[in-house]
Design a protein around this ligand. Structure first.
Ligand code: SPV
Ligand code: MG
Length: 484
């Protein structure tokens, strides 16, 4: 059944133009009620008759309170008992950034607002499952959903309300102040180490897969922080950042052999912390000596880093993507477990994560070896595991995930699909992967672009041709707020 939302077969309260009466059976406010809404205006003293046995549904994120939300709550409550469908983190995470407050915190606030009768979780971006479940007489929504990607949501709501004999009330969207504009202002304030740190666990709980991109300086950090593209009915963005040992070293002209020490990496990471708010996963290489690793954990935690990943190698570490070409030694299970245990004992917050990275597949060993190790690492206290491979098909990773999931349905799995890069995020999520790390792409993209520019200047002995490869001066002057 398709409701025709264009021909005013539904009455809406948009712009005061109510249109013809709808043909719905249920949920129609009486003329008495309408007259009284007009008469009493913003007053809450409407006759009880209007509220009796009527339920009004209002979907809400409820993160940042503002007059527009209070207005729609007040308007909705005029029609009956107002049920707030409070979006869960899971419902929100599929379409936009996680709210600042947790579900419980938001519920606490929203249920205390005058006019709200009940708060129920809305676990889906679409209103439809809850409308069919609770069968409200009305749903109330701002008229901003008539435009853009939300149009489809609106259409589905009209169809569902028709099916249950209810009605849609649209009220003019409060212009000038809304959650999106407030969110931009809040973002400017930044974040605190505690909030940033705890966000990774919330993301893992809320999303089918958490999307992480490598950063190596403030500028690449800003891209991960701010880039957002329209996709389907929602928006797509990165969830957080990977501080890669490979790109941190390479951008300094140094080899990826743990030659860049923690203090130097933290100094540079500070530039990223300063201009971003999203969570960061730190590539801790081997973690060094266990006695040193405890200080690394404390330092990262103090700075609001969400997780450290340490790999089960010992001796001079070389980059994993060499595979068996470079001579590398895997640590013993016992020694690596001891390091994990010491790190876990050192951390102060409950949210910081120590993720154990297994190099068995990189070293050419079978999946069974990786599994044995990862099970031991979890027993030693690891909060998650990263399984790495340089095999191109991804079949080994898939097989590992399936076996690991039989033993641990919920322990987070991290994958770094640099070589098996044809595998999509939804496929990885289907295998049981919780976090995907694009581990080196920002630096790999930047270097050839810089090379092309430098070569062009050499070739032409002027920069006219190279300018075409560069961002315009005006753009770079506008890029960082405060430059002007
Ligand atoms: C890094 O980014 O430094 C990593 C991932 O450790 S990899 O380079 O694939 O080993
Ligand atoms: Mg590394």
């Amino acid at each position: 059944f398709m409701a025709d939302t264009n021909t005013k077969s539904f009455r809406t309260l948009k712009d005061g133009n109510r249109g013809p009466m709808p043909s719905v059976q249920r949920g129609e406010p009486t003329n008495f009620c309408i007259n009284n809404i007009q008469k009493f205006g913003q007053s809450e003293k409407l006759p009880y008759l209007c509220r009796m046995n009527k339920t009004v549904y209002l979907g809400m994120i409820g993160d940042i309170m503002h007059p527009g939300l209070i207005n729609i709550i007040r308007e909705g409550a005029k029609y009956g008992d107002l049920m707030i469908g409070l979006f869960t983190d899971k419902a929100i995470a599929s379409h936009q950034r996680l709210p600042y407050m947790t579900y419980e915190q938001r519920k606490n606030v929203v249920e205390s607002i005058k006019g709200v009768s009940t708060v129920v979780p809305q676990d889906d971006w679409s209103y439809v499952p809850n409308l069919l479940k609770y069968r409200p007489d009305y749903i109330i929504h701002g008229d901003d959903w008539c435009e853009g990607a939300a149009r489809e949501l609106r259409q589905q709501v009209f169809e569902a309300m028709t099916a249950i004999g209810g009605e849609v009330i649209e009220i003019p969207y409060t212009k000038g102040i809304n959650s999106s504009s407030l969110n931009k202002e809040i973002k400017k304030i930044g974040t605190t180490p505690d909030i940033r740190l705890s966000t990774l666990r919330r993301l893992i709980a809320a999303k089918p897969i958490v999307r992480i991109l490598e950063v190596h300086d403030g500028l690449s950090g800003l891209i991960v922080e701010n880039l957002e593209i329209e996709k389907g009915a929602g928006k797509s963005s990165f969830d957080g950042m990977w501080s890669s040992s490979l790109t941190d070293s390479t951008s300094k002209g140094k080899p990826d052999i743990e030659a860049v020490d923690l203090t130097t990496r933290m100094n540079d990471l500070n530039n990223i912390l300063e201009c971003t708010t999203k969570p960061i996963i730190y590539d801790g290489d081997t973690g060094g000596k266990p006695e040193h690793f405890v200080f690394t954990v404390r330092t990262l935690e103090r700075n609001g880093i969400s997780a450290v990943i340490i790999e089960d190698k010992t001796g001079l570490k070389k980059n994993s993507l060499f595979g068996t070409e470079a001579l590398q030694r895997q640590d013993s299970i016992e020694a690596f477990c001891q390091k994990i245990g010491m790190g876990k004992a050192a951390q102060i917050t409950k949210d910081f994560m120590i993720i154990a990275r297994c190099e068995s597949l990189i070293a050419g060993k079978p999946v069974a070896d990786a599994l044995e190790r990862c099970l031991a690492y979890v027993d030693a206290g690891a909060d998650g595991i990263m399984i790495h491979s340089k095999e191109k098909s991804g079949a080994d990773i898939r097989q590992f995930c399936s076996l690991f999931r039989e033993r641990h349905p919920a322990i987070p799995i991290v994958a770094v699909p640099t070589t098996y890069n044809h595998v999509t995020e939804s496929e990885l999520a289907g295998w049981g992967v919780n976090i995907v790390i694009y581990a080196n792409h920002m630096l790999r993209a930047a270097y050839p672009a810089m090379m092309r520019c430098a070569e062009s200047i050499l070739q032409h002995e002027r920069s006219l041709e190279a300018s075409a490869l560069c961002m315009p001066i005006k753009e770079i002057l506008e890029l960082i707020p405060g430059t002007r």
